[in-house]
Every structure is written in structure tokens, then in C-alpha cells.
Design a protein around this ligand. Structure first.
Ligand SMILES: *[C@@H]1O[C@H](CO)[C@@H](O)[C@H](O)[C@H]1NC(C)=O
Ligand SMILES: *[C@@H]1O[C@H](CO)[C@@H](O)[C@H](O)[C@H]1NC(C)=O
Ligand SMILES: *[C@@H]1O[C@H](CO)[C@@H](O)[C@H](O)[C@H]1NC(C)=O
Length: 666
């Protein structure tokens, strides 16, 4: 339903003309529109109580399977920014009335983002990235302090926004001699009349994702990522918003080579999302984009046809999804912005040919002849085995070419296969106490009442319920930490629950699970019988934005093997963390819903209903325990980077130049 304003105009002669003023009709069929027009469309939809109740029920009941609800009421230092009582906020939102459904969406989505856990995001594709808001001037942080428009801004914008550039050019050339291109590299002294870090701070408060404040600051700026098809450019939260939040930005700039400051107003423009269904008016927008789609909800694996990873979840994942979600354990960050394919300009891509590679993983030798580089943009791709083999082959190739040291560049690596993280650690470090039987962390899952009932249903009828052993809750899929043996099919591993008081609330977890990637399952060919690189000769570099399985790898390498950690481009007076969002294993509402449906428990009072809107709710399903303090989750233990490497305009977003600098730090 759409709140269309019907203007009935009484015309002379008694005829009545009806004009429908539907703000969605004004943007229907267009590719580029103004953010204010998108907001007018979004805010024209009133709250539909049945949908609001449905969303809150699904989110609330799914969070009962999320490990960290009570931890996140108040995390310890240095992550004290995590201070959200989400169940309290859900109860508050239930009572609240909103001017529009969009206002409701902003409240629930920001409340969930305040958990600052990139695994736990509420996404409603009716709004999130249905239109994406852009500026053609991504920023970089120079010398840890000074904000600049990226030197490559014009190249990036002219390649990605070719069909909108003339409009921006017209806006800017009236204000700045030389137009948009003259802004390349300009120093930004003020954003909207304030010190630029005010805007960086405002974004860090709402964006969610990484616990560490410095890492959220870094997300405001542009960066790069190794993707399956090539090198991508990440625009950053200044130049890309998943909602039409801002109409324009006013900058006080000093252009390159000039000593004078001048003001420039640059409008944001919204581009229709790549998977947004075309529409002509409000009702068709909602019909195409706002209702549950295939994969929104779970299925009974035993009555549905072949189950591929649901499309809505694939879109949210910040790493390529496995073809079937049940096939391999994953730990992957989610975001309201799907992974984009903005291309890193040719002048910034590494000039040397990779010596080996497989999509998201590329191997390079540096000109010093002793440093090898693995650029790894994600821990997953479509296929698990070839990825492990690709890492193996690439590391051997670097060794054969004389590499004694290794740089692993995990900039913007949002995670992926848990066992690939362990495999890479094992390949680099050889067999030793930190890698045998497995690299990786012990974990626990939450032992809520419905979770316990799911396990009990499976163990009550072994071989009848879940005969293919694909369910997350099936005991045979997990290893007891004490014995390193898989649980027996009859063992309810959530019972008796381990009771804890967390932030004053009673909570319950499973017994401790051992790590879960036996060597024989990971490697098709036996891994090397000694270390390929000494831990101290490995440097892990990123902008701090290394999450999930990327964190599992980086933490284990840094804390158990003594590898160096380098964050590039962080603010000089903010502590930089080399990774975040550890989790242990992530999943989402649809997968939990499949567990419930496959065990016949959909009618249970704690089972979330089917979602009726086009949404995704992620959760952390297992939580890893620390290396320094094994009695507490790793999630909130400190991960200070050894080095915060300041950038110059010349090296910013230029991976090969950064590797040359880092090679001298190892
Ligand atoms: C949310 O779920 C909790 C249990 O996790 C329950 O106690 C609470 O009543 C629910 N709140 C709302 C508002 O549904
Ligand atoms: C800018 O000012 C500095 C010092 O005040 C001076 O050395 C430089 O020549 C000036 N540059 C231009 C382009 O005017
Ligand atoms: C996991 O737990 C077992 C049993 O308590 C312990 O021996 C082992 O060291 C732990 N592993 C890690 C990586 O913490």
C-alpha cells in the first residue's frame, strides 16, 4: 500500500480531474536521481503494523541464536564503544510510532548496527542499497592527519560514473576553475563547516561493523581490495552511502599547487542499485523490491530441492559465498552495501605480473628478490579445494623464487571459509602445537531453549532426522575440545548448558568445541612438513578492515607466531587494531530457519515466523575464545597493530608501493 496523495481538482464545468502525486513515480525508470527524490519515495510508505511486528519478531527471535547479545550490552576496553542493549531497543521500537516505514527502518537498522558487529546486521533491501548515494570525490588520509581528495578521484569517477560525470562536472566547474579534475589531491580543511574529523566521527557512530573506533574511521576513506576478477577500488563511506542520507557536501579545499582555500558544494547523486527491480510508481516499487523473495526464509532441507546459498544472503556477504551454505563452515562479514566492482585505476594496480594466482589470491615477488607477497581479498570463492591448492602452489612458487619473507595483504578482506584461514596458517607455519590438530580458536554456541530442542530432536532420531548430517546443530559435525573427537550422534552437545552471568544477565552456552578442520579434510595433497616462512618473517597488512575468517587467521599468526601487523593510513592519534569482528562462525536468519524447518519445529513458540519483507538478519553463531586469555571471547581482547603506516598522496591506494615500504619494516 502506498500513501498516494490524490488531488481532486474541481474544474470549470463540473468535470473532475484526478492527479496522483506519487513521489516514486517521479524516479521510476531513471538510473540517476537526486537523494531527496529517493527519500520522498521511501518516506511515502506508511508503517504497516503487520510488517513492523513481523520484522521485530524475526530480528528478536533470531538474536536468541546470536552468541553475543549480553556481551554487547557493554564490552570491556578497548572496545567500550560496544554498549547496546538490543532487546531493550527492540521493545522500545515496538512501542514507537514513526512518520514512515523508512523512519522505522532507520531506527531498527541503526539499533542493530550499534552492536558494532559486522556479523549482526539487519538489512532491508526495500531501502538498503535500493539506490546508492555517491560523490565523485573519495577521500584519503595523509600523514595520519590531513584529509585530501584522492589523487585518483577523477580517474575513478570517470570510469565508474561515466554517464553522470557531466552533471557533476557542470555543478563543480561553476565553482572551481578546472572543474572536477582540479580537485584531485586537494586538501580538505573543512567538511560542512567543521573540522573534517567531525564528519568522520559522525559516520563512525552510525556505520557499525568494526568494534575499534580507528577501524570505523578508516572506513570513511577510500581503499582497495583484491577481488576475484581484478583489483577493486573501495570508495569509502564518505563517497558511498547505502541510504539517501545526504544531499550535498560543502568542502573548504586547497587545490594542489595553490595556497588559497575555496569553498565547493558537491551534490550527492543516487544511482539505482544493480539488483533493484524496475518500477513505475510506489506500488510497483514495493511489489518488486520490498517483499520476501526466494531465499529470504529457510527451507526444510529434506523436502526442498537442491539448496544453493540464498541470494539475499549472498548479496549481503562481504566475501564470495560458497555455492551451498551447508558445504563449508563460513565466517563472513555482512553489510548493507553489496560488494561493488568499482575498478582500481590502472596506474594504481601492481605493475609486476603475479607469479601465481587464483582469483582473490595473487602472489608477487618484490624487486628486492627476497620478499614475496600474497594479496588475499577474501577467504572464500566458489570452490574450497582449489583455493587451498592455490594458496599451497603460490607459497611454494614464492619459495622457489627465493622468498624468505612474506607480506600478506588482507586489505578489506571480509572473511570466508574458516578452514581456509586455518589452512593458510598451517601452510606457512608447518606442523606444530599451534597448527596441529588445527590452527584456530575453541568456540561455543549459545544454548537457548529452542537450540537445545533442535539438537534433542536430531539426537532422538539419529539417521531419521538429518540423515545427511547437514544441520549446524547435528552433534556429529562438532569436536569436543577436550578429546578432539567428534561428538556421538546421540550426544546433545548443548546439554547441560554452561551457565554464565554476562553484564548482569543470565546466559547459557554449549560446552567448548574444539577447532573443526581436520588436516585430512582440508588438504588434497599433504601439507609441507616444515614451516615455509618463519612467523616473525611474515607481515600482515591492511587498513584494519580484516574481518571474520580474516581475523581468525591474522590473530593466530600475530598472537601465536609473532607475525608483524601493519595498518596503513590510520589517524595518527587513534590506536589502530589490525583486524576486528572475530566471531567464530557466522550465520543468518534464513539458515537458522532451515534448521528449525528441517527438524519440524516451526510451530515452537520461540521459532521466528517467516519473514514477509525482503530482509536479511545476520548473527554470530559460534564465538571464538582468546589466545592470550582463553577463558574469555577473543572478540573483545586487544589487537593493537605493530605499525600504523602513514600515507602520502603518492602511495595511498597503491598496493605495490605500500608493499615496498612494508618490506623494509619486517
Ligand atoms: C525478545 O526476545 C527475548 C528472548 O530472547 C524475550 O525475552 C523478549 O520478550 C522478546 N522481546 C520482544 C519485544 O519481543
Ligand atoms: C605557498 O606558500 C608557501 C609558504 O607560505 C610558499 O613557499 C609557496 O611558494 C606558495 N605557493 C604558491 C603556489 O603560491
Ligand atoms: C581448546 O581447549 C582445549 C581443552 O581445554 C585446550 O587444551 C586447547 O589448548 C584449547 N585450544 C585453544 C586454541 O585455545
Amino acid at each position: 500500500m502506498c500513501s498516494t496523495t490524490i488531488l481532486a481538482l474541481a474544474l470549470f464545468g463540473g468535470a473532475t480531474l484526478t492527479l496522483a502525486q506519487d513521489p516514486c513515480a517521479a524516479i521510476g525508470g531513471k538510473k540517476w536521481v537526486k537523494p531527496s527524490e529517493v527519500r520522498a519515495c521511501y518516506t511515502s510508505f506508511p508503517v504497516i503494523e503487520a510488517e513492523k511486528t513481523n520484522i521485530l519478531d524475526v530480528v528478536n527471535k533470531t538474536l536468541a541464536f546470536h552468541t553475543s547479545v549480553n556481551y554487547q550490552i557493554q564490552a570491556p576496553p578497548p572496545y567500550e564503544d560496544v554498549a547496546e542493549d538490543i532487546l531493550f531497543d527492540i521493545a522500545r521500537i515496538r512501542e514507537e510510532s514513526y512518520a514512515s516505514d523508512y523512519d522505522f527502518h532507520i531506527d531498527i537498522s541503526r539499533s542493530v548496527k550499534r552492536l558494532i558487529d559486522g556479523h549482526v546486521v539487519w538489512i532491508n533491501y526495500c531501502y538498503d542499497s535500493a539506490f546508492v548515494n555517491y560523490l565523485p570525490i573519495p577521500l584519503v588520509l595523509v600523514e595520519g592527519e590531513t584529509v585530501h581528495i584522492a589523487a585518483e578521484a577523477y580517474d575513478v569517477a570517470s570510469a565508474e560514473f561515466a554517464d553522470q560525470l557531466a552533471v557533476w562536472e557542470e555543478d563543480v566547474s561553476a565553482q572551481i576553475e578546472g572543474g572536477l579534475a582540479a580537485l584531485n589531491g586537494a586538501e580538505v580543511l573543512e567538511i560542512d563547516g567543521a573540522y573534517p574529523f567531525e564528519a568522520v566521527h559522525a559516520n563512525a557512530l552510525i556505520v557499525g561493523g568494526y568494534q575499534a573506533y580507528g577501524t570505523r574511521q578508516n572506513g570513511f576513506f577510500s581503499s582497495y581490495q583484491r577481488a576475484a576478477s581484478g583489483w577493486n577500488y573501495i570508495l569509502g563511506n564518505f563517497a558511498l552511502q547505502s541510504l539517501p542520507l545526504s544531499d550535498s557536501v560543502t568542502l573548504l579545499v586547497r587545490t594542489a599547487g595553490s595556497n588559497e582555500t575555496q569553498e565547493v558544494v558537491v551534490p550527492y547523486y543516487s544511482r539505482i542499485g544493480s539488483s533493484t527491480v524496475g518500477f513505475t510508481d510506489g506500488p510497483s516499487f514495493r511489489e518488486g523490491n520490498c517483499r520476501a523473495v526466494g531465499g529470504t526464509n529457510g527451507v526444510d532441507y529434506y523436502s526442498a530441492a537442491d539448496q544453493e546459498t540464498p541470494e539475499p544472503l549472498v548479496k549481503a556477504m562481504q566475501a564470495p559465498a560458497p555455492r551451498r551454505i551447508q558445504e563449508h563452515l563460513v565466517n563472513t562479514m555482512l553489510d548493507t552495501t553489496p560488494i561493488m566492482d568499482v575498478v582500481l585505476p590502472p596506474e594504481l594496480t601492481p605493475p609486476q605480473e603475479p607469479v601465481e594466482g587464483f582469483g582473490v589470491g595473487q602472489f608477487y615477488m618484490l624487486s628486492d628478490g627476497t620478499t614475496g607477497v600474497l594479496a588475499l581479498g577474501s577467504f572464500s570463492g566458489a570452490f574450497f579445494g582449489p583455493m587451498v591448492q592455490g594458496l599451497y602452489d603460490g607459497l611454494l612458487e614464492l619459495k622457489s623464487r627465493g622468498a624468505e619473507r612474506l607480506i600478506v595483504d588482507v586489505t578489506n578482506n571480509g572473511g570466508g571459509y574458516i578452514c581456509v584461514a586455518h589452512a593458510l596458517h598451517r601452510l606457512i607455519s608447518g606442523p606444530k602445537s599451534t597448527t596441529i590438530p588445527n590452527a584456530g580458536l575453541n568456540t561455543t554456541a549459545r544454548a537457548g531453549r529452542l537450540a537445545q530442542t533442535i539438537v534433542q530432536t536430531i539426537v532422538d532420531s539419529p539417521g531419521t532426522v538429518d540423515p545427511r548430517s547437514v544441520l549446524l546443530y547435528n552433534p556429529v559435525n562438532w569436536y569436543d575440545a577436550d578429546t578432539n573427537a567428534a561428538f556421538d550422534a546421540s550426544d546433545n552437545w548443548l546439554v547441560p548448558p554452561v551457565e554464565k552471568i554476562i553484564n548482569g544477565r543470565e546466559d547459557a552456552f554449549s560446552q567448548t568445541l574444539g577447532t573443526d578442520c581436520p588436516e585430512a579434510d582440508i588438504f588434497a595433497t599433504p601439507p609441507p612438513d616444515s614451516a615455509l616462512f618463519e612467523g616473525s618473517q611474515v607481515a600482515i597488512i591492511s587498513n584494519g578492515r580484516c574481518a571474520s575468517s580474516c581475523s581468525l587467521f591474522s590473530i593466530a599468526m600475530a598472537k601465536t607466531e609473532g607475525s608483524k601487523t601493519v595498518v596503513v593510513g590510520g589517524k595518527s592519534d587513534t590506536p589502530q587494531k589490525y583486524c576486528g569482528i572475530v566471531g567464530g562462525q557466522s550465520t543468518d536468519f534464513s539458515t537458522i530457519d532451515s534448521e528449525i524447518k528441517s527438524t519440524g519445529l516451526k510451530e515452537h513458540e520461540l521459532a521466528p515466523p517467516d519473514l514477509i519483507v525482503n530482509g536479511v538478519q545476520g548473527i554470530t553463531w559460534r564465538l571464538g575464545y582468546g589466545i592470550d586469555d582463553p577463558s574469555e571471547p577473543e572478540e573483545w581482547q586487544d589487537r593493537p597493530a605493530d605499525v600504523n603506516l602513514p600515507l602520502t598522496l603518492d602511495v595511498a591506494n597503491n598496493p605495490a608501493k605500500l608493499w615496498d615500504i612494508v618490506a623494509q619494516l619486517i
